[in-house]
Ligand binder design. Structure first.
Ligand code: SR1
Ligand code: MG
Length: 425
């Protein structure tokens, strides 16, 4: 009997083996001897249960959605169907950039359960960055993933009817979009109930930001793009906690926030999390200066995200532009490849500008909103943490306001380095 059917029930380390025993996808990796399976719960994210089950034969990851936000508790209900969107996003990402997301072994919609490859010895990238550990070709692999998934999920590549059907499917991910719409684009900019920040050190700066009308207007322009520009299938939550890495490999996980939105959203969130890591590094140094080289390495990886993204996107534009947008009928077929290159350049510039704006907003919400990140939170001394956070807050403001005039990574890094030298408190 397949005992995965039936009413949803959250799993525990005790109930999980029984539930898995009848699932072929699980026992194929663990073997038939249930007594030899060991189960532990390892979820440290904001939303779900995550188990690792191993046996002498192998191991798997079991991820199950809870009917509420784990970070907050059952006072904040959240639909189980996010597992459905995660599963469908993973299948599309696997097809669009093979080998970059975990393999799926089994999906049970009713139980909101995904059984997938146990990525090992991978660990969450954010934790590696906090420790000062490097990963070969990190920025390159992430930039290529973004280019391939964002291009191939858009009207530049997909057949129009298929894209519209897919857009309709992911439009159902309402509650996860609602989290982003509120926690990312609104809450940081007023005294929302669930907010917190390093107090009293940041208080004056936070008051200034919340009184900055131009900032609040520009943030809402970016929110408009997020809500209205259904350009491509986004990962939707592409921060360094959604990446797992080793010294040599990079994988992307957790696309439960997937929906159709503007390309700059994924790229901007990723760049932001690299730059927040940059600003946190000195506070993680065992002795002053011992993270200097690592900080520069972070910037080289940040640059590689964008340069690889732009190069791969350009290649796809020139060779796989089979969708309804910027048709080659109008350009290359009219011996006007120059016009196609002009459109490409402008398209990339638009993505970059959006990405700069999102990069800034992501910094604000991770320091002022509900969901903070360990890069800063692990700095125990608030007098050490606050100056790092203040730099990110001020950079974030400048990125939102100047996003149209920042020309590229080197210009961005000039700003990053300049602010790094300043006391913003
Ligand atoms: C209530 S969920 C808070 C955050 O956690 C997720 O990882 C997303 O980033 C979301 O904004
Ligand atoms: Mg997540």
């Amino acid at each position: 009997m397949d005992n995965t059917s039936g009413e949803y029930a959250p799993l525990t380390v005790e109930t999980l083996p029984g539930r898995l025993s009848s699932i072929g996808g699980a026992s194929a990796h663990l073997g038939p001897d249930i007594a030899s399976w060991r189960t532990r719960e390892v979820g440290d994210g904001n939303l779900n249960l995550v188990f690792i089950v191993d046996s002498p034969q192998g191991s798997i990851v079991v991820k199950q959605a809870l009917p509420y936000v784990r970070l907050v508790g059952d006072s904040w209900p959240l639909p189980l169907k996010r597992a459905f969107f995660e599963y469908h996003a993973l299948t599309r990402q696997a097809a669009r950039d093979p080998g970059r997301v975990p393999d799926i072994y089994h999906f049970d919609e009713e139980q909101a359960l995904i059984i997938m490859e146990h990525l090992s010895p991978h660990v969450i990238l954010r934790n590696r960055l906090i420790k000062g550990e490097r990963t070969e070709r990190l920025g390159e692999n992430l930039g290529r993933f973004c280019a391939r998934t964002l291009f191939r999920g858009s009207d530049l590549h997909m057949e129009a009817a298929e894209k519209k059907r897919d857009l309709a499917l992911f439009a159902g991910n309402i509650e996860l979009c609602d989290i982003t719409e509120n926690l990312v684009f609104n809450d940081p900019y007023f005294e929302a109930e669930m907010n917190s920040h390093t107090t009293p050190q940041l208080d004056p700066l936070v008051s200034r930001l919340r009184a900055d009308m131009s900032l609040k207007v520009e943030v809402q322009h970016l929110k408009r793009a997020f809500c209205c520009n259904a350009e491509t299938l986004l990962h939707g939550d592409l921060h360094t906690g959604s990446v797992m890495a080793t010294d040599t490999d990079t994988k992307i996980i957790d696309p439960e926030f997937a929906f159709y939105g503007p390309m700059g959203f994924d790229v901007g969130m990723l760049l932001s999390n690299f730059l927040m890591s940059y600003y946190s590094q000195q506070a993680h140094a065992a002795v002053p200066g011992d993270r200097d080289d690592f900080q520069e390495w972070i910037l080289t990886q940040t640059a590689a995200v964008w340069t690889t993204f732009a190069a791969e996107f350009a290649t796809l534009w020139r060779t796989k532009r089979s969708g309804i947008l910027y048709s080659s009928e109008l350009y290359e077929n009219q011996n006007d490849a120059l016009a196609s290159e002009q459109a490409l350049g402008q398209f990339l510039h638009h993505i970059w500008s959006d990405a700069m704006g999102i990069c800034g907003i992501e910094m604000h919400r991770r320091i002022l909103g509900l969901a903070h990140n360990a890069d800063f939170e692990d700095i125990e001394d608030p007098d050490l943490r606050a100056p790092c956070e203040a730099r990110a807050l001020m950079l974030g403001r400048q990125l939102v306001l100047d996003r149209h005039i920042i020309v590229g990574p080197e210009h961005l890094f000039d700003l990053v380095r300049h602010i790094h030298q300043e006391d913003m408190l």
